[in-house]
Design a protein. Structure first.
Length: 152
């Protein structure tokens, strides 16, 4: 079985194309992210602290959730040049988040823009992102095609 995102990139991406991913964020993943980034903010670790901030429980790191855009970028060969996030509502441990990415602009040079919307299992929008980057050009698409043919 091939890689559907890479195959779609090889065929041709266009403005308006959308991509959706979902995942559940566990306490273990959140703490591992904290260890990797050294972000030990008490809102991720201590229930007393989160209650003092008005949250109902400990929350995931915003950039861990925002990192869902990397699934899209990594599969289509997007080389990021900019990312801007707005965190609207907390994401709690064991929440399931859907990330919907929409290509909003694509130039012949490969320069591209996209937006991302992050929604929790209750349908509440928890974050937004705007991204700029570069998508593969024709020669790079040929390489992606070889990679897909080799089982990537």
């Amino acid at each position: 079985m091939g890689n559907p995102l890479r195959e779609r990139t090889i065929r041709q991406l266009q403005p308006g194309d959308t991509f959706c991913f979902s995942r559940r964020f566990s306490q273990e993943e959140t703490h591992a992210f904290g260890d990797l980034t050294r972000d030990y903010n008490p809102v991720h670790y201590d229930s007393r602290w989160t209650r003092s901030k008005g949250f109902k429980g400990r929350i995931c790191h915003g950039l861990l959730v925002g990192g869902m855009i990397c699934e899209f970028g990594g599969q289509v060969g997007w080389l990021a040049t900019g990312m801007n996030f707005r965190f609207l509502h907390p994401v709690y441990f064991d929440d399931t988040i859907q990330c919907k990415i929409t290509l909003t602009r694509l130039e012949k040079t490969g320069r591209a823009e996209a937006k991302a919307e992050f929604t929790n299992q209750d349908g509440r929008q928890v974050a937004l992102a705007a991204m700029t980057g570069r998508l593969p050009l024709e020669d790079e698409k040929k390489l992606l095609n070889q990679m897909v043919q080799e089982g990537d």
